[in-house]
Design a protein around this ligand. Structure first.
Ligand code: AMP
Length: 466
């Protein structure tokens, strides 16, 4: 029988890598909470129309990449329905905003999500058919201030803080521009955009014969997409096309200037990229992208987002201007792995490996592990140590081999130790061996805890720090 494998473009996330995913998500949750965001969880599949209307029929995502199926009726009272696995989460969030009348509160809604998205793209490093996004949206009725440039700057500043906290450096000459870089643009209001698109169409008309086949088609169906073209031969022509900045009305120009001055005040670095129009149709005014040159190769877009002042109305809802972003979590992880020092990736997963000598010690050692795993650590306000237990049936050599892979310490318990309620400890890094009572063992484990140490030092004014 042939073996079954994960479907092309999907993959399993396994430990120890999942620990990194959890760290990223915990950091994101902590940062979002500080900026006043609450979590929203929307369904993984939605009515296909939501994406057709919200993301745009002419976009690659909707025209080529969606997983859509007809969900057959199961009873006479039901109707067959076209459903789609969400390719992105903004449309779902705005649908939920409308459905639950969140705008009626009159307050700004600040929502974040973490979850899988699905696009039938050609899989490669950093591009999958099921991938994860961490995103956030700020939207609300006009009097809530949802349209303000301050919101754009706040979201961008929060992203810079999140990347800083995750340990991704900012691009600089010193690090050979391997850190993150923020590209910023304004695509104007819903009236600026059509004027620009018309100008683009007219400019492309006499030139399109010189462009790649894709661009010839895009010039007709969706001229903005021409700006995304990566074909080297097309670049000189594209760089000479009209620029959106020249088509912004006064209000959009003013809005963009306010975003920039607030970013300057917060010390968030950015570069203006007049070609940044992004793949989804709903964007208005501010659009942005963070790229990272570490670990990503050609798929170097770490996250993207922008303002979508007309999206709620496009979905049949009330006026609810907003701004949001989606971080490609898979790419964030690749970046962090490329930046990590190899030692931190080799971090052992348990604090101690308990080795019973003889199967008759198994029950006692398991009970001891339970105690250590659940002991209360008052200073850290948290429970227990991470403990791995061997098997009494193993020879001592095998216990040592396993222990060394898993933990920095092995604790051996034979008949004698059990009777005396002690443990024989060996520290792999130093080769030191000593015998301790269980109470001393707990103290010893706690002593090595850096966080605990730092806290302890803080409590006694550092006088005890050795
Ligand atoms: P988008 O929703 O297209 O604006 O994408 C936002 C972010 O999601 C991108 O910057 C990528 O980091 C990530 N992303 C988009 N598509 C994929 C994919 N197929 N695989 C992995 N990450 C993706």
């Amino acid at each position: 029988m042939s073996t079954l494998k994960a479907v092309r473009g999907t993959r399993d996330l396994l430990p120890p890598e999942t620990a990194l995913w959890n760290r990223v998500e915990a950091t994101a949750r902590a940062v979002f909470a500080r900026y006043g965001f609450g979590e929203i969880r929307t369904p993984v599949f939605e009515d296909t129309q939501l994406f057709v209307r919200g993301v745009g029929e002419e976009t690659d995502v909707v025209s080529k990449e969606m997983y859509t199926w007809e969900d057959r009726a199961r009873a006479q009272s039901e109707k067959a329905q076209l459903l789609t696995l969400r390719p992105e989460n903004t449309a779902g969030v705005v649908r939920a905003y409308i459905e639950h009348k969140l705008g009626d509160t009159g307050m700004l809604q600040k929502l974040f999500y973490i979850g899988p998205q699905f696009r039938r793209e050609r899989p490669q490093r950093g591009r999958y058919r099921q991938f994860w996004q961490i995103g956030a949206e700020v939207l609300g009725p006009v009097p809530s201030g949802a349209e303000s440039a301050l919101r754009d700057a706040e979201v961008l500043e929060m992203l810079a803080t999140l990347l800083d906290e995750l340990g991704i450096p900012r691009a600089s000459e010193a690090n050979g521009n391997t850190g993150w870089k923020l590209s910023l643009n304004s695509v104007g209001s819903s009236t600026d955009r059509p004027r620009y698109i018309n100008a683009l169409k007219s400019a492309l008309e006499p030139l399109k014969g010189t462009l790649c086949v894709d661009c010839q088609r895009r010039a007709e169906t969706n001229p903005l997409r021409v700006l995304d073209c990566k074909v080297p031969e097309d670049q000189p022509v594209i760089n000479n096309l009209p620029k959106i900045a020249d088509f912004l009305d006064e209000a959009s120009t003013e809005h963009f200037a306010r975003v920039r001055s607030a970013l300057d005040a917060c010390g968030v670095p950015y570069v203006i990229d007049p070609r940044l129009v992004r793949g989804l149709d709903y964007y208005t005014r501010t659009t942005f992208e963070f790229t990272s040159a570490s670990g990503l190769g050609t798929q170097n877009a770490l996250l993207g987002g922008g303002r979508y002042d007309g999206l709620s109305e496009m979905l049949g809802g009330p006026k609810a201007p907003g701004i949001g972003f989606a971080i490609g979590e898979d790419r964030l992880i690749l970046t962090l792995q490329a930046l990590a020092n190899p030692e931190s990736l080799l971090k052992k997963r348990a604090e101690i490996y308990l080795a019973p000598l003889g199967t008759e010690q198994n029950p006692y050692v398991l009970a001891l592990a339970k105690t250590l795993r659940n002991v209360w650590r008052p200073i850290l306000q948290t429970r227990g140590f991470s403990v791995e237990v061997g098997e009494g049936d193993f020879r001592l050599k095998k216990l040592f081999e396993f222990a060394e892979k898993i933990a920095p310490l092995i604790g051996i318990i034979g008949e004698e130790e059990r009777a005396a309620q002690t443990i024989k400890l060996k520290q792999f890094s130093t080769g030191e061996q000593f015998s301790l009572s269980i109470a001393e063992l707990i103290e010893h484990l706690a002593k090595d805890d850096i966080a605990l140490k730092a806290l302890g030092d803080a409590f006694d004014g550092g006088s005890n720090s050795k």
